[in-house]
Design a protein around this ligand. Sequence first.
Ligand code: BGC
Length: 748
Amino acid sequence: MKKPLILALIILSFSFTDCQPNRQPNKETTHAFANKIDSLLSLMTLDEKIGQLNQLTGNGEVTGPVTLSQNYQEAIRNGQVGSMLNVNGAAYTYKIQKIAVEESRLGIPLIFGYDVIHGYKTIFPIPLGESASWDLEAIETKCKGCCCRSCRRRTTLDFAPMVDIARDPRWGRIMEGAGEDPYLGSQIARARVRGFQGNDLSENNTIMACAKHFMAYGAAEAGRDYNTVDMSKRRLHEVYLPPFKAAVDEGVATIMTSFNEFNGIPMTGNKVYVNELLRHQWNFNGIVVSDWGSIAEMITHGAATDRKDAAEQAMNASVDMDMEGHAYLHHLKELVSNGVISQNQIDQAVKRILEKKFELGLFEDPYRYCDIEREATVTLSKKHRSLARESARKSMILLKNDHKTLPFSKNVKTIAVIGPLGESKVDMIGTWNARGEGKDAVSLVEGISNVVPDARILYAKGCETEGTSTSEFNKALQIAQKADIVIAAVGERAMMSGEALSRQDIRLPGMQEALVKKLASLKKPMAVVLFNGRPLVITEVAKVAPAILESWLAGTEAGNAIADVLFGDYNPSGKLPVTFPYSLGQVPVYYAHKNTGRPRIENSRYTSKYIDGPNKPLYPFGYGLSYTSFSYNNLLVPETMSGEETLLISVDVTNTGEWAGEEVVQLYINDSVASVTRPVKALKKFKKILLQPGKTQTVQFELTTDDLAFYNRNWKWVAEPGYFTIFVGGNSENTLSRDFQLVYNNKN
Ligand code: BGC
């Protein structure tokens, strides 16, 4: 117990006034802590250094397979642990930190990691749903205000945001990301990193973010989680890497490697991408943490003979922290004594970890993340609940609304809610719900009774979410017959999306589609409310349902937020961050596809098409309706742009309906002829605006050559002269368009 005190004196003997951690940890920042880190490093044995690289799971949720178990409290005492994940609650975090600080030889505080993916206790919409808001400010505020303030009571490192682009809705983890588009994904990645980290990690309401999973994890073959990824360098750089680069540019503190192999090499041992691209080309100075056991999993991949070999490969790839892999702790020492891994490699990794501990202010106050009182007051507070309701409302997308079925009048007397998810609470909070509890969530039936208290609500399940029984159909139909309006509550249970929860059939599971058809045959005013963590194939539903509201898995306040939208207290403005396929056979289907040499021509034999269905999806990227309508006019684009100029584009957007409403004005480009084929459309800008009925706003955008650039045939980042088309509209399909010419002397 005396020695940690000695350490404290040594550390405090350096002035803290020069410590100005900033968003992008540059050389100056590193220098600010360099003396302290060096002095600490000089006190550490090799075993203690290796201990800093070891991250173990605690007593909370187990978020992966436990392959080797270790008495972690004992290991902390022995200086064999630098970081923990899944430690439950501020009180327990305090206890564990106390062991590290008071009972280990050097008293180095621990980092505590946790998956706060969409809220902590108060659960917000799943990240895919939140992304449907296209509201960067709201996303940043949410991350700052709610996730940080509440989870910071026990967590130093949030394993979020997941910035993996995903274009295959079978993949269960599509719910954790921002959808299919690299530009939207990058903007959201930046907003989330800013929200979590703020400007200074030592401040009271910030937390280290972790951009995961590096890299291309979202491209798992056939949408099966953890599956092989094999793709071209071009696709990787154009589609899958931009959100990671954006997160790094925003100063993200940590990055997690992914489980998948990439072109034959598991990512956790992938020197070319982790060490060379991420560290050297992108200058990432933060911590690289493996995914759960992903160092040791190199053995099952068939890329390492044993844990020792795996540890060597991960170290050489410059992975600093071994999450629950037990490879570093047990094998690095031997690898160093054999001269296979150098002392310097270990020192560099330890330095990166210590630096973050200094930036977080842990050496000044190791217990700053263990505020029991604050944990109790902020979680599930009224304020958080109201932010969660607002965030949930923003995430909803009106997919269909024939004859203005929605919003329903609040004067209705009898409402039938039919479907297996109508009364569910636990399914509202999705997976990765960070100590959220179903009992705290508001079900759809509860939400409706809160918003329309005078109406009589009749509920029937109709069928289970899964299974083949239709025995409850008749009862449900009889109940629906008695009502003025029918709300079908159908979709996926929470445990049908998330990690290791891929699906082969992405239609409504069980007999729910048949139930919707039966309900629709009653010809009552009816809306289908979808609950789901991924795009679903709802083509049959869309044929019969007059109105469809996509509510995702909207969190603790789901029921209230859905009722707000259904009964007109909120005008929906969400837009799809990911395409909704017409059929599973189209997958992957995304708006930014290439043209091919034979694009589809109706009734023409040798063109790129299916003989049994359309090429077009059911609902395109960027799509979403409102209770009002918007018209787009006067798209103005200069005819030419020179290499140095900024292109000024404007369009008039008018609210032509009767409601005040928000619209996401989207700008896409196409480069008609290039040295490398370009997507038919690529999102480059968007703005979310609020318009009163009858009002027009001129929305302006600026494009630079960087927005037009891509890696050309010689792998140079360049905008090639020639003709481009600008498309502007409220989704990726219905747009106004104008051409312009980029004129300059391109030498690349
Ligand atoms: C997931 C990560 C997560 C980690 C820790 C892994 O199984 O892939 O996203 O952060 O567990 O819970």
